[in-house]
Design a protein around this ligand. Sequence first.
Ligand SMILES: N[C@@H](CCC(=O)N[C@@H](CS)C(=O)NCC(=O)O)C(=O)O
Length: 488
Amino acid sequence: MADPPTPAWSAAEIAALAAAFEAGTLPREQWTHAAHLAVALWTLSRLPPEAALTHLRQRIRAYNVATGTANTDHSGYHETLTRWFLQAVAEHRGRHADLPLQQSLACLLRSPLADPSAPLRAYPPRRLGSVQARRGWVEPERPVLYSFRRCPYAIRARLALAAAGLLPGVDLELREVSLKAKPPELLEASPKGTVPVLVHGDQVIDESLELMRWALERHDPRGWLGGWSAAETAAGEALIAENDGPFKHHLDRFKYASRFGGRGGGGEPEGHRAAALAILRGWSRRLEPGGWLLGGRPSLADPALLPFVRQFRLADPGGFDAEPGLEPLRIWLERFLASPELAAVLDPPWAARSPWRSPRWLYHLALSHEWQAARTAGSYRRSTRGRSLEEVGFIHLSQAHQLEATHGRYYADLDPGAVTLLVLDRDRLAAAGVEVRLEPAPGSGELFPHLHGPLPLAAVLRAEPWRPASSGESNLPRRGSPAEPAAS
Ligand SMILES: N[C@@H](CCC(=O)N[C@@H](CS)C(=O)NCC(=O)O)C(=O)O
Protein backbone atom coordinates (compact mmCIF):
# COMPACT_ATOMS: atom_id res chain seq x y z
CA MET A 1 0.00 0.00 0.00
CA ALA A 2 1.40 3.40 -0.98
CA ASP A 3 1.73 6.08 1.69
CA PRO A 4 -0.80 8.90 1.61
CA PRO A 5 0.65 12.11 0.16
CA THR A 6 2.06 14.74 2.50
CA PRO A 7 -0.74 17.05 3.66
CA ALA A 8 -0.66 20.58 2.26
CA TRP A 9 -2.76 21.85 5.16
CA SER A 10 -2.62 20.81 8.80
CA ALA A 11 -5.84 19.94 10.63
CA ALA A 12 -5.66 23.32 12.40
CA GLU A 13 -5.28 25.16 9.09
CA ILE A 14 -8.28 23.36 7.62
CA ALA A 15 -10.36 24.31 10.67
CA ALA A 16 -9.17 27.93 10.43
CA LEU A 17 -10.03 28.06 6.72
CA ALA A 18 -13.49 26.65 7.40
CA ALA A 19 -14.05 29.09 10.25
CA ALA A 20 -13.07 32.10 8.07
CA PHE A 21 -15.37 30.85 5.31
CA GLU A 22 -18.25 30.40 7.75
CA ALA A 23 -17.69 33.88 9.16
CA GLY A 24 -17.56 35.39 5.67
CA THR A 25 -14.08 36.79 6.36
CA LEU A 26 -12.07 34.54 4.05
CA PRO A 27 -10.58 36.75 1.31
CA ARG A 28 -12.20 35.96 -2.01
CA GLU A 29 -8.87 35.07 -3.67
CA GLN A 30 -8.38 32.33 -1.06
CA TRP A 31 -11.77 30.81 -1.87
CA THR A 32 -10.11 28.54 -4.44
CA HIS A 33 -11.30 25.17 -5.70
CA ALA A 34 -8.93 23.48 -3.22
CA ALA A 35 -10.47 25.58 -0.42
CA HIS A 36 -13.96 24.47 -1.54
CA LEU A 37 -12.86 20.84 -1.28
CA ALA A 38 -11.26 21.42 2.12
CA VAL A 39 -14.43 23.03 3.47
CA ALA A 40 -16.60 20.26 2.00
CA LEU A 41 -14.46 17.56 3.61
CA TRP A 42 -14.34 19.42 6.92
CA THR A 43 -18.14 19.86 6.92
CA LEU A 44 -18.64 16.18 6.11
CA SER A 45 -16.41 15.29 9.07
CA ARG A 46 -18.93 17.02 11.34
CA LEU A 47 -22.32 16.47 9.68
CA PRO A 48 -24.01 13.63 7.75
CA PRO A 49 -24.19 14.29 3.97
CA GLU A 50 -27.82 15.58 3.84
CA ALA A 51 -27.26 17.98 6.73
CA ALA A 52 -23.89 19.02 5.25
CA LEU A 53 -25.64 19.98 2.01
CA THR A 54 -28.27 22.04 3.80
CA HIS A 55 -25.60 23.73 5.88
CA LEU A 56 -23.26 24.48 2.96
CA ARG A 57 -26.08 25.71 0.73
CA GLN A 58 -26.90 28.34 3.29
CA ARG A 59 -23.25 29.18 4.10
CA ILE A 60 -22.09 29.50 0.50
CA ARG A 61 -24.98 31.84 -0.26
CA ALA A 62 -24.12 33.91 2.82
CA TYR A 63 -20.42 33.93 1.97
CA ASN A 64 -21.17 35.12 -1.58
CA VAL A 65 -23.26 37.98 -0.25
CA ALA A 66 -20.58 38.89 2.32
CA THR A 67 -17.90 39.03 -0.38
CA GLY A 68 -19.88 40.92 -3.00
CA THR A 69 -21.17 38.15 -5.29
CA ALA A 70 -24.92 38.15 -5.84
CA ASN A 71 -26.72 34.78 -5.87
CA THR A 72 -28.74 35.03 -9.07
CA ASP A 73 -29.72 32.83 -12.02
CA HIS A 74 -26.33 33.63 -13.55
CA SER A 75 -23.89 34.07 -10.68
CA GLY A 76 -23.14 32.91 -7.18
CA TYR A 77 -24.48 29.71 -5.63
CA HIS A 78 -24.86 26.70 -7.95
CA GLU A 79 -26.95 23.88 -6.51
CA THR A 80 -25.96 21.13 -8.95
CA LEU A 81 -22.21 21.80 -8.72
CA THR A 82 -22.35 21.99 -4.94
CA ARG A 83 -24.31 18.80 -4.60
CA TRP A 84 -22.24 16.91 -7.19
CA PHE A 85 -18.96 17.81 -5.50
CA LEU A 86 -20.35 17.16 -2.05
CA GLN A 87 -21.54 13.70 -3.08
CA ALA A 88 -18.19 12.92 -4.66
CA VAL A 89 -16.29 14.19 -1.62
CA ALA A 90 -18.54 12.12 0.66
CA GLU A 91 -17.74 9.07 -1.45
CA HIS A 92 -14.04 9.91 -1.19
CA ARG A 93 -14.34 10.29 2.56
CA GLY A 94 -16.03 6.90 2.79
CA ARG A 95 -13.12 5.30 0.98
CA HIS A 96 -10.59 7.00 3.25
CA ALA A 97 -12.47 6.69 6.52
CA ASP A 98 -9.30 5.43 8.21
CA LEU A 99 -7.25 8.53 7.37
CA PRO A 100 -7.03 11.70 9.46
CA LEU A 101 -8.71 14.74 7.88
CA GLN A 102 -5.50 16.38 6.61
CA GLN A 103 -4.34 13.21 4.87
CA SER A 104 -7.75 12.52 3.42
CA LEU A 105 -7.66 16.07 2.02
CA ALA A 106 -4.17 15.53 0.61
CA CYS A 107 -5.50 12.46 -1.26
CA LEU A 108 -8.52 14.41 -2.43
CA LEU A 109 -6.30 17.14 -3.83
CA ARG A 110 -4.44 14.55 -5.90
CA SER A 111 -7.60 12.91 -7.21
CA PRO A 112 -9.63 13.77 -10.34
CA LEU A 113 -11.86 15.92 -8.10
CA ALA A 114 -9.01 18.43 -7.75
CA ASP A 115 -9.88 19.48 -11.29
CA PRO A 116 -12.66 22.10 -11.10
CA SER A 117 -13.99 20.84 -14.42
CA ALA A 118 -14.43 17.27 -13.06
CA PRO A 119 -18.27 17.52 -13.25
CA LEU A 120 -17.95 17.84 -17.03
CA ARG A 121 -17.25 14.10 -16.99
CA ALA A 122 -20.85 13.73 -15.87
CA TYR A 123 -22.64 16.62 -17.57
CA PRO A 124 -22.57 18.13 -21.04
CA PRO A 125 -21.47 21.79 -20.65
CA ARG A 126 -24.82 23.22 -21.76
CA ARG A 127 -26.72 21.23 -19.16
CA LEU A 128 -24.39 22.23 -16.36
CA GLY A 129 -24.45 25.87 -17.46
CA SER A 130 -28.25 26.04 -17.46
CA VAL A 131 -30.26 28.18 -15.06
CA GLN A 132 -32.12 25.03 -14.05
CA ALA A 133 -28.86 23.39 -12.87
CA ARG A 134 -27.88 26.51 -10.93
CA ARG A 135 -31.26 26.74 -9.20
CA GLY A 136 -31.87 23.09 -8.45
CA TRP A 137 -30.42 19.61 -8.69
CA VAL A 138 -30.06 18.26 -12.19
CA GLU A 139 -29.19 14.58 -12.50
CA PRO A 140 -25.86 13.86 -14.20
CA GLU A 141 -26.20 12.67 -17.75
CA ARG A 142 -23.83 9.81 -18.13
CA PRO A 143 -22.07 9.36 -21.44
CA VAL A 144 -23.13 6.22 -23.27
CA LEU A 145 -20.43 3.96 -24.66
CA TYR A 146 -21.40 1.59 -27.47
CA SER A 147 -18.82 -1.14 -27.45
CA PHE A 148 -18.10 -4.63 -28.66
CA ARG A 149 -16.13 -6.88 -26.37
CA ARG A 150 -13.60 -8.31 -28.86
CA CYS A 151 -13.19 -5.31 -31.14
CA PRO A 152 -9.60 -4.00 -30.92
CA TYR A 153 -10.76 -0.41 -31.51
CA ALA A 154 -13.24 -0.74 -28.66
CA ILE A 155 -10.61 -2.41 -26.45
CA ARG A 156 -8.19 0.48 -26.94
CA ALA A 157 -10.96 2.94 -26.09
CA ARG A 158 -11.95 1.00 -22.96
CA LEU A 159 -8.29 0.84 -21.88
CA ALA A 160 -8.10 4.64 -22.03
CA LEU A 161 -11.47 5.17 -20.34
CA ALA A 162 -10.46 2.80 -17.56
CA ALA A 163 -7.05 4.46 -17.23
CA ALA A 164 -8.83 7.80 -16.86
CA GLY A 165 -10.66 6.40 -13.87
CA LEU A 166 -14.09 6.29 -15.50
CA LEU A 167 -16.33 3.41 -14.54
CA PRO A 168 -19.27 1.84 -16.37
CA GLY A 169 -22.42 2.15 -14.32
CA VAL A 170 -20.95 5.12 -12.45
CA ASP A 171 -19.43 7.56 -14.92
CA LEU A 172 -20.83 6.10 -18.12
CA GLU A 173 -23.36 3.63 -19.37
CA LEU A 174 -21.92 0.73 -21.30
CA ARG A 175 -23.98 -0.72 -24.13
CA GLU A 176 -22.52 -3.88 -25.57
CA VAL A 177 -23.74 -4.29 -29.13
CA SER A 178 -24.02 -7.09 -31.60
CA LEU A 179 -22.37 -5.99 -34.84
CA LYS A 180 -24.96 -8.04 -36.73
CA ALA A 181 -27.86 -6.16 -35.14
CA LYS A 182 -26.79 -2.66 -34.22
CA PRO A 183 -29.24 -0.81 -32.02
CA PRO A 184 -31.10 2.05 -33.73
CA GLU A 185 -29.81 4.45 -31.05
CA LEU A 186 -26.23 3.74 -32.17
CA LEU A 187 -27.00 4.22 -35.87
CA GLU A 188 -28.84 7.46 -35.19
CA ALA A 189 -25.87 8.82 -33.26
CA SER A 190 -23.32 7.59 -35.79
CA PRO A 191 -24.66 6.37 -39.13
CA LYS A 192 -21.33 4.84 -40.13
CA GLY A 193 -22.17 2.08 -37.67
CA THR A 194 -18.77 1.25 -36.21
CA VAL A 195 -17.85 0.81 -32.56
CA PRO A 196 -16.69 2.26 -30.28
CA VAL A 197 -18.98 5.28 -30.06
CA LEU A 198 -19.39 7.59 -27.11
CA VAL A 199 -22.48 9.78 -26.91
CA HIS A 200 -22.55 12.56 -24.33
CA GLY A 201 -25.46 14.94 -24.77
CA ASP A 202 -24.98 16.48 -28.20
CA GLN A 203 -21.44 15.22 -28.51
CA VAL A 204 -20.75 12.06 -30.52
CA ILE A 205 -17.25 10.58 -30.66
CA ASP A 206 -17.12 7.73 -33.14
CA GLU A 207 -13.40 7.26 -33.67
CA SER A 208 -11.50 5.18 -31.14
CA LEU A 209 -8.45 7.45 -31.06
CA GLU A 210 -10.54 10.53 -30.44
CA LEU A 211 -12.27 8.63 -27.68
CA MET A 212 -8.93 7.72 -26.08
CA ARG A 213 -7.91 11.37 -26.17
CA TRP A 214 -11.29 12.47 -24.79
CA ALA A 215 -10.79 10.17 -21.80
CA LEU A 216 -7.15 11.04 -21.20
CA GLU A 217 -7.74 14.76 -21.47
CA ARG A 218 -10.01 14.33 -18.47
CA HIS A 219 -7.51 12.41 -16.43
CA ASP A 220 -4.18 10.95 -17.48
CA PRO A 221 -2.56 9.50 -14.37
CA ARG A 222 -0.27 7.22 -16.39
CA GLY A 223 0.96 10.03 -18.63
CA TRP A 224 -0.08 8.31 -21.87
CA LEU A 225 -0.77 11.70 -23.45
CA GLY A 226 1.26 14.04 -21.30
CA GLY A 227 4.95 14.67 -20.81
CA TRP A 228 6.19 13.73 -24.29
CA SER A 229 8.30 15.92 -26.56
CA ALA A 230 6.88 17.02 -29.92
CA ALA A 231 9.19 14.53 -31.66
CA GLU A 232 8.04 11.69 -29.43
CA THR A 233 4.39 12.60 -29.93
CA ALA A 234 4.94 12.62 -33.70
CA ALA A 235 6.66 9.22 -33.53
CA GLY A 236 3.71 7.84 -31.56
CA GLU A 237 1.23 9.21 -34.06
CA ALA A 238 3.21 7.70 -36.94
CA LEU A 239 3.07 4.30 -35.24
CA ILE A 240 -0.69 4.59 -34.72
CA ALA A 241 -1.15 5.60 -38.37
CA GLU A 242 0.91 2.61 -39.47
CA ASN A 243 -1.22 0.35 -37.28
CA ASP A 244 -4.59 1.74 -38.34
CA GLY A 245 -3.54 1.87 -41.99
CA PRO A 246 -1.25 -0.79 -43.48
CA PHE A 247 -1.04 -3.12 -40.47
CA LYS A 248 -4.84 -3.36 -40.06
CA HIS A 249 -5.20 -3.77 -43.83
CA HIS A 250 -2.88 -6.79 -43.88
CA LEU A 251 -4.23 -8.15 -40.58
CA ASP A 252 -7.79 -8.29 -41.92
CA ARG A 253 -6.73 -9.96 -45.17
CA PHE A 254 -4.72 -12.55 -43.28
CA LYS A 255 -7.17 -13.17 -40.41
CA TYR A 256 -10.37 -13.00 -42.46
CA ALA A 257 -8.89 -14.31 -45.72
CA SER A 258 -12.15 -15.91 -46.84
CA ARG A 259 -13.98 -12.56 -46.67
CA PHE A 260 -11.36 -11.07 -48.97
CA GLY A 261 -11.35 -13.76 -51.62
CA GLY A 262 -9.11 -16.25 -49.78
CA ARG A 263 -6.29 -18.30 -51.18
CA GLY A 264 -6.61 -18.71 -54.93
CA GLY A 265 -9.28 -16.01 -55.01
CA GLY A 266 -6.78 -13.18 -55.14
CA GLY A 267 -6.69 -12.91 -51.35
CA GLU A 268 -3.17 -14.34 -50.80
CA PRO A 269 -3.32 -14.51 -47.00
CA GLU A 270 0.36 -15.52 -46.74
CA GLY A 271 1.42 -12.37 -48.57
CA HIS A 272 -0.60 -10.27 -46.13
CA ARG A 273 0.79 -12.17 -43.17
CA ALA A 274 4.34 -11.49 -44.40
CA ALA A 275 3.58 -7.79 -44.93
CA ALA A 276 2.07 -7.52 -41.43
CA LEU A 277 5.10 -9.32 -39.97
CA ALA A 278 7.45 -6.86 -41.66
CA ILE A 279 5.64 -4.05 -39.85
CA LEU A 280 5.75 -5.96 -36.57
CA ARG A 281 9.51 -6.47 -36.94
CA GLY A 282 9.90 -2.72 -37.31
CA TRP A 283 7.98 -2.19 -34.06
CA SER A 284 9.94 -4.94 -32.36
CA ARG A 285 13.23 -3.23 -33.22
CA ARG A 286 12.08 -0.11 -31.34
CA LEU A 287 11.54 -2.02 -28.12
CA GLU A 288 14.31 -2.18 -25.53
CA PRO A 289 13.95 -5.24 -23.27
CA GLY A 290 11.12 -4.46 -20.87
CA GLY A 291 10.45 -1.17 -22.63
CA TRP A 292 7.62 0.49 -24.51
CA LEU A 293 7.24 1.87 -28.01
CA LEU A 294 8.52 5.34 -27.14
CA GLY A 295 11.02 4.28 -24.48
CA GLY A 296 10.87 3.59 -20.78
CA ARG A 297 7.19 4.18 -20.12
CA PRO A 298 3.93 3.57 -22.00
CA SER A 299 2.49 6.26 -24.23
CA LEU A 300 -0.80 6.45 -26.11
CA ALA A 301 0.73 4.33 -28.89
CA ASP A 302 1.11 1.24 -26.66
CA PRO A 303 -2.57 0.76 -25.70
CA ALA A 304 -3.55 1.92 -29.21
CA LEU A 305 -1.50 -0.81 -30.94
CA LEU A 306 -1.51 -3.68 -28.45
CA PRO A 307 -5.11 -4.88 -29.08
CA PHE A 308 -4.30 -5.21 -32.80
CA VAL A 309 -1.08 -7.15 -32.20
CA ARG A 310 -3.07 -9.36 -29.83
CA GLN A 311 -5.54 -9.96 -32.64
CA PHE A 312 -2.74 -10.80 -35.09
CA ARG A 313 -1.35 -13.36 -32.66
CA LEU A 314 -4.79 -14.88 -32.05
CA ALA A 315 -5.12 -15.65 -35.77
CA ASP A 316 -2.16 -18.05 -35.53
CA PRO A 317 -0.63 -18.19 -32.04
CA GLY A 318 1.83 -20.99 -32.86
CA GLY A 319 3.11 -19.23 -35.96
CA PHE A 320 3.43 -15.91 -34.15
CA ASP A 321 5.29 -17.45 -31.22
CA ALA A 322 7.75 -19.25 -33.51
CA GLU A 323 8.43 -16.25 -35.75
CA PRO A 324 12.10 -15.14 -35.60
CA GLY A 325 13.01 -11.49 -34.97
CA LEU A 326 10.01 -10.74 -32.77
CA GLU A 327 11.32 -11.46 -29.28
CA PRO A 328 11.06 -7.88 -27.86
CA LEU A 329 7.57 -7.53 -29.36
CA ARG A 330 6.50 -10.85 -27.84
CA ILE A 331 7.67 -9.72 -24.39
CA TRP A 332 5.80 -6.42 -24.86
CA LEU A 333 2.64 -8.28 -25.92
CA GLU A 334 2.87 -10.93 -23.19
CA ARG A 335 3.11 -8.28 -20.49
CA PHE A 336 -0.08 -6.75 -21.90
CA LEU A 337 -1.87 -10.10 -22.18
CA ALA A 338 -1.10 -10.86 -18.54
CA SER A 339 -1.98 -7.35 -17.32
CA PRO A 340 -4.90 -6.64 -14.99
CA GLU A 341 -5.71 -3.66 -17.26
CA LEU A 342 -6.53 -5.94 -20.20
CA ALA A 343 -8.35 -8.46 -18.00
CA ALA A 344 -10.48 -5.64 -16.59
CA VAL A 345 -11.69 -4.39 -19.96
CA LEU A 346 -12.51 -7.88 -21.24
CA ASP A 347 -14.91 -8.57 -18.39
CA PRO A 348 -17.96 -6.92 -16.88
CA PRO A 349 -18.53 -4.14 -16.16
CA TRP A 350 -16.34 -3.02 -19.10
CA ALA A 351 -17.47 -5.77 -21.45
CA ALA A 352 -20.87 -7.35 -20.96
CA ARG A 353 -21.33 -10.93 -22.10
CA SER A 354 -24.64 -10.27 -23.82
CA PRO A 355 -25.72 -7.36 -25.98
CA TRP A 356 -27.58 -4.41 -24.55
CA ARG A 357 -31.35 -4.57 -25.01
CA SER A 358 -32.59 -1.52 -26.81
CA PRO A 359 -35.95 -0.19 -25.61
CA ARG A 360 -36.70 0.37 -29.29
CA TRP A 361 -36.85 -3.36 -29.99
CA LEU A 362 -39.44 -5.92 -28.91
CA TYR A 363 -38.65 -9.33 -27.45
CA HIS A 364 -40.10 -12.80 -27.34
CA LEU A 365 -38.96 -15.77 -25.29
CA ALA A 366 -39.25 -18.98 -27.26
CA LEU A 367 -38.54 -22.59 -26.36
CA SER A 368 -35.36 -23.32 -28.29
CA HIS A 369 -36.70 -26.45 -29.98
CA GLU A 370 -39.87 -24.63 -31.06
CA TRP A 371 -37.80 -21.82 -32.54
CA GLN A 372 -35.67 -24.36 -34.44
CA ALA A 373 -38.81 -26.01 -35.77
CA ALA A 374 -40.18 -22.62 -36.84
CA ARG A 375 -37.02 -21.83 -38.75
CA THR A 376 -37.42 -25.05 -40.69
CA ALA A 377 -41.15 -24.49 -41.22
CA GLY A 378 -40.63 -20.82 -42.19
CA SER A 379 -43.15 -19.47 -39.68
CA TYR A 380 -43.38 -19.11 -35.89
CA ARG A 381 -46.83 -19.49 -34.33
CA ARG A 382 -46.31 -20.04 -30.59
CA SER A 383 -47.96 -17.55 -28.23
CA THR A 384 -46.19 -18.40 -25.00
CA ARG A 385 -44.94 -21.52 -23.25
CA GLY A 386 -47.34 -24.37 -23.95
CA ARG A 387 -49.86 -22.30 -25.94
CA SER A 388 -50.20 -21.59 -29.63
CA LEU A 389 -51.13 -18.43 -31.54
CA GLU A 390 -54.39 -20.10 -32.54
CA GLU A 391 -55.32 -20.82 -28.91
CA VAL A 392 -54.51 -17.35 -27.57
CA GLY A 393 -55.16 -15.14 -30.59
CA PHE A 394 -51.83 -13.28 -30.42
CA ILE A 395 -48.14 -13.86 -29.62
CA HIS A 396 -46.95 -12.54 -26.26
CA LEU A 397 -44.04 -10.09 -26.54
CA SER A 398 -42.15 -8.07 -23.94
CA GLN A 399 -40.51 -4.69 -23.88
CA ALA A 400 -36.87 -4.59 -22.77
CA HIS A 401 -37.71 -3.63 -19.19
CA GLN A 402 -40.31 -6.43 -18.89
CA LEU A 403 -38.17 -9.28 -20.09
CA GLU A 404 -36.51 -10.39 -16.86
CA ALA A 405 -39.87 -10.56 -15.08
CA THR A 406 -41.47 -12.48 -17.97
CA HIS A 407 -38.61 -14.96 -17.89
CA GLY A 408 -38.91 -15.25 -14.11
CA ARG A 409 -42.67 -15.95 -14.34
CA TYR A 410 -42.74 -18.56 -17.10
CA TYR A 411 -39.27 -19.92 -17.95
CA ALA A 412 -37.16 -19.78 -14.78
CA ASP A 413 -37.29 -23.56 -14.26
CA LEU A 414 -35.68 -24.28 -17.65
CA ASP A 415 -31.98 -24.47 -18.51
CA PRO A 416 -30.87 -21.24 -20.17
CA GLY A 417 -30.10 -23.23 -23.34
CA ALA A 418 -33.71 -24.38 -23.57
CA VAL A 419 -34.90 -20.78 -23.95
CA THR A 420 -34.12 -18.60 -26.95
CA LEU A 421 -34.47 -14.84 -26.86
CA LEU A 422 -35.82 -13.39 -30.10
CA VAL A 423 -35.03 -9.74 -30.74
CA LEU A 424 -37.63 -8.16 -32.99
CA ASP A 425 -37.52 -5.03 -35.09
CA ARG A 426 -40.74 -3.01 -34.88
CA ASP A 427 -40.27 -1.55 -38.37
CA ARG A 428 -39.88 -4.97 -39.94
CA LEU A 429 -42.97 -6.22 -38.13
CA ALA A 430 -44.90 -3.23 -39.48
CA ALA A 431 -43.47 -3.75 -42.98
CA ALA A 432 -44.69 -7.37 -42.87
CA GLY A 433 -48.16 -6.07 -42.02
CA VAL A 434 -48.42 -7.71 -38.58
CA GLU A 435 -49.96 -5.49 -35.95
CA VAL A 436 -48.46 -4.97 -32.49
CA ARG A 437 -50.90 -3.72 -29.86
CA LEU A 438 -50.09 -2.65 -26.32
CA GLU A 439 -52.70 -4.43 -24.21
CA PRO A 440 -53.19 -4.97 -20.49
CA ALA A 441 -52.01 -8.28 -19.09
CA PRO A 442 -54.86 -9.91 -17.18
CA GLY A 443 -54.50 -9.38 -13.47
CA SER A 444 -51.61 -6.92 -13.55
CA GLY A 445 -52.98 -4.00 -15.54
CA GLU A 446 -49.47 -3.63 -16.99
CA LEU A 447 -49.40 -3.10 -20.75
CA PHE A 448 -47.61 -5.70 -22.84
CA PRO A 449 -47.03 -5.74 -26.60
CA HIS A 450 -49.07 -8.42 -28.36
CA LEU A 451 -48.38 -9.53 -31.91
CA HIS A 452 -51.64 -10.17 -33.74
CA GLY A 453 -50.51 -12.70 -36.33
CA PRO A 454 -47.68 -15.15 -36.96
CA LEU A 455 -44.15 -13.88 -36.39
CA PRO A 456 -42.44 -13.11 -39.71
CA LEU A 457 -38.96 -14.64 -39.48
CA ALA A 458 -37.52 -11.66 -41.35
CA ALA A 459 -38.43 -9.43 -38.39
CA VAL A 460 -36.12 -11.40 -36.07
CA LEU A 461 -32.90 -9.44 -35.75
CA ARG A 462 -31.22 -11.88 -33.43
CA ALA A 463 -31.97 -15.23 -31.83
CA GLU A 464 -29.69 -16.00 -28.92
CA PRO A 465 -29.65 -18.32 -25.93
CA TRP A 466 -31.32 -16.67 -22.97
CA ARG A 467 -28.92 -14.91 -20.63
CA PRO A 468 -29.94 -12.85 -17.64
CA ALA A 469 -29.52 -9.09 -18.17
CA SER A 470 -25.89 -8.12 -18.69
CA SER A 471 -24.00 -9.18 -15.65
CA GLY A 472 -21.77 -6.45 -14.34
CA GLU A 473 -24.48 -3.82 -14.23
CA SER A 474 -25.05 -4.56 -10.59
CA ASN A 475 -22.53 -4.83 -7.77
CA LEU A 476 -20.51 -2.16 -9.46
CA PRO A 477 -17.22 -1.16 -7.97
CA ARG A 478 -17.23 2.28 -6.48
CA ARG A 479 -15.61 5.13 -8.33
CA GLY A 480 -11.87 4.47 -8.19
CA SER A 481 -9.23 7.12 -8.29
CA PRO A 482 -5.98 5.89 -9.78
CA ALA A 483 -4.06 8.93 -8.55
CA GLU A 484 -4.83 8.03 -4.99
CA PRO A 485 -3.01 5.51 -2.85
CA ALA A 486 -4.57 2.08 -2.73
CA ALA A 487 -5.85 2.83 0.73
CA SER A 488 -9.44 1.74 0.24
N1 LIG B 1 -11.94 4.02 -37.39
C1 LIG B 1 -12.86 3.40 -36.45
C2 LIG B 1 -12.96 1.92 -36.80
C3 LIG B 1 -13.85 1.14 -35.87
C4 LIG B 1 -14.26 -0.22 -36.45
O1 LIG B 1 -14.04 -0.48 -37.65
N2 LIG B 1 -14.86 -1.07 -35.64
C5 LIG B 1 -15.39 -2.31 -36.15
C6 LIG B 1 -15.44 -3.41 -35.11
S1 LIG B 1 -13.83 -3.93 -34.59
C7 LIG B 1 -16.84 -2.11 -36.56
O2 LIG B 1 -17.61 -1.52 -35.83
N3 LIG B 1 -17.22 -2.60 -37.73
C8 LIG B 1 -18.56 -2.46 -38.20
C9 LIG B 1 -19.21 -3.75 -38.51
O3 LIG B 1 -18.56 -4.80 -38.38
O4 LIG B 1 -20.36 -3.74 -38.90
C10 LIG B 1 -12.34 3.63 -35.03
O5 LIG B 1 -11.14 3.81 -34.84
O6 LIG B 1 -13.16 3.68 -34.10
